[in-house]
Design a protein around this ligand. Structure first.
Ligand SMILES: *Cc1c(COP(=O)(O)O)cnc(C)c1O
Length: 372
């Protein structure tokens, strides 16, 4: 079956005895125990497992091509469960412009707990190789990166990591499995903030870890999910399954609109530079073409001007909403550095735009007015 079909049909039959075409939401926190006692795989207590959670875990694992998934109450909770599966004294390599929340998670929480980390530019394999230490246990990939849209060669990093016995993870939140399949390129794990394109409507917070195989490392992540307790509600899991049914078609729209918006921005005199892997002049374009089916819905661009000018322009839009985050049906944009806080490496004149599913002509007309 193709992606679109799997997205629509997967997970519907799991724990759905009434054969409702769309499974009901199961808000119950407890499940009646069989007279013969609890058996492996029985539902027991919702923190440990719930029908709606199992349905969504099955769906997202299938779409990423993994064996299993563990879903969480947010993307950073999923990231924390991965990092906590490492041991104090272990070392990780992670992009210097990694999603800002994950940077703070590593620096302010995990480093205090004994995890060592190197934040580096991950566009060159030689740089990554130079930072490998005997205790390096995980290489964290985020491509395209946020918000600099740098491209990392996933297959290249996997090869390097494998020859050094190191695990790899790709944060696939921005491309989604519609545009990029890291497990197919050899990574061990995929991370998602399902708050973005999976949810797709800016109304659910969630995260997920998908694993290539159910190994000991993933079993530890599963334990962190159940005993760390940052689990999503049955309602949120149900909503996420519902949103995911249309993911392929929403991503097609995001991909297509974004190419049109990029064409407009390229010609605008106020735009000094565009960070988008779909343009030929992007330094990672060749690699992006190889490992991505589409370039996604995110654009960062540098304004010909300073921070004040960038903030002023973002304030002028009438349609594009001034807000952080991404992946909703509505277009949003922001002066990114203001959102990232201390330690940000984002240029002061960078605007980050999440291109939505409004008619592209309306998005472009609003940009034309705001950049005026
Ligand atoms: C938003 C985001 C996260 C964090 O997810 P939350 O759901 O906000 O906790 C992680 N990685 C990337 C790339 C993101 O955009």
């Amino acid at each position: 079956m193709r992606f679109e079909t799997k997205a629509i049909h997967t997970g519907l039959h799991i724990a759905n005895p009434s054969k409702a075409v769309i499974p009901p939401i199961s808000p119950s926190t407890i499940f009646e125990i069989d007279e013969g006692g609890l058996k492996e795989g029985d539902f027991h207590y919702t923190r440990l497992g719930n029908p709606n959670r199992l349905q969504f875990e099955h769906l997202i694992a299938t779409l990423e091509g993994g064996e299993e998934a563990a879903v969480f109450s947010s993307g950073v909770a999923a990231a924390a469960a991965i990092l906590q599966a490492l041991k104090p004294g272990d070392h990780i390599i992670i992009p210097e412009d990694v999603y800002a929340g994950n940077r703070i998670l590593v620096k302010e929480i995990m480093n205090r707990w004994g995890l060592e980390s190197s934040f580096i530019n991950m566009t060159g394999l030689e740089t990554i190789e130079a930072h490998i230490q005997p205790n390096t246990k995980l290489i964290w990939i985020e491509t395209p990166s946020n918000p600099l849209m740098r491209i990392t060669d996933i297959a290249g990093v996997v090869e390097l990591a494998k020859s050094n016995g190191i695990r790899t993870l790709a944060d696939n939140t921005w491309p989604t499995p519609v545009n990029q399949l890291p497990l197919e390129l050899g990574t061990d794990l995929v991370l998602h903030s399902t708050s973005k394109y999976f949810g797709g409507h800016s109304d659910i917070l969630g995260g997920a870890v998908v694993t290539r195989e159910k190994d000991d490392f993933f079993q530890q992540i599963r334990l962190n999910q159940k005993m760390g307790g940052a689990v999503p509600s049955p309602q949120d899991c149900w909503m996420l399954s519902r949103s995911t049914r249309t993911l392929a078609y929403r991503m097609k729209g995001h991909n297509e609109h974004t190419l049109q918006v990029v064409d407009f921005l390229k010609e605008n005199k106020k735009v000094a530079d565009i960070y988008f892997p779909g343009v030929k002049s992007h330094p990672g374009h060749k690699i992006a073409r190889r490992q991505m089916k589409g370039f996604g819905g995110m654009i960062s661009f540098l304004l010909d001007g300073n921070q004040q000018e960038a903030i002023r322009i973002v304030a002028r839009s009438k349609l594009i909403t001034r807000a952080t985050s991404l992946g909703g049906v509505e277009s949003t944009w922001e002066h990114r550095r203001s959102s990232e806080g201390d330690g940000s490496v984002t240029p002061e004149n960078l605007i980050r735009l999440s291109v939505g599913l409004e008619h592209p002509d309306d998005i472009i007309a609003d940009l034309e007015y705001a950049l005026g």
